[in-house]
Design a protein around this ligand. Sequence first.
Ligand SMILES: [Zn+2]
Length: 178
Amino acid sequence: MGGYGSGPYGAGLKTPKKTVEQYRSINIKQLKTIINSDIKELSFTISGVDKEQERILLIDWTNSNFGGKRPWFLCPWCTERRVKLYYKDQAFLCKNCHGLAYRRTQISGDCIAEIDWEIQKIQRRLEISNLEEYTAPLFKPKNMHQVTFFQLRMKLIDLKEKRAQEWINKAEKVLNII
Ligand SMILES: [Zn+2]
């Protein structure tokens, strides 16, 4: 497991391994000393199999208990604050989201509940209480970063379309049985 701890981005991002234990990770604590406080995003390139890819990860800051500020990664999928992101299937996501992505591929046909769960999670962050009123909110919560707001909004629209499609698939199946 060479990648962990060998430099901020891990020396081995080049070749993601296939087994779960060997996924490369990126840890905000390792970056703490080299990033300026208040930086909002971190861009870097990783060497893919045949080309270099540019990646941007969003950084969020909270006040630390010991004074000063503490950086976090915002997971690109769930946008929760995370210390560590894992590199798998060409994406840096938190452990949960990689797990969910994996689980999603295992379920075929009926994942409406899972989509609903994700929709609700995003809506909580966007401070929306009424789910059916509109597809996506027009106004961002007071303290939310603009980029985060747009990302969440896009994700919400995407999830709602996905949900509609899942619903149609399910209905078709039921109709076929009848
Ligand atoms: Zn996540």
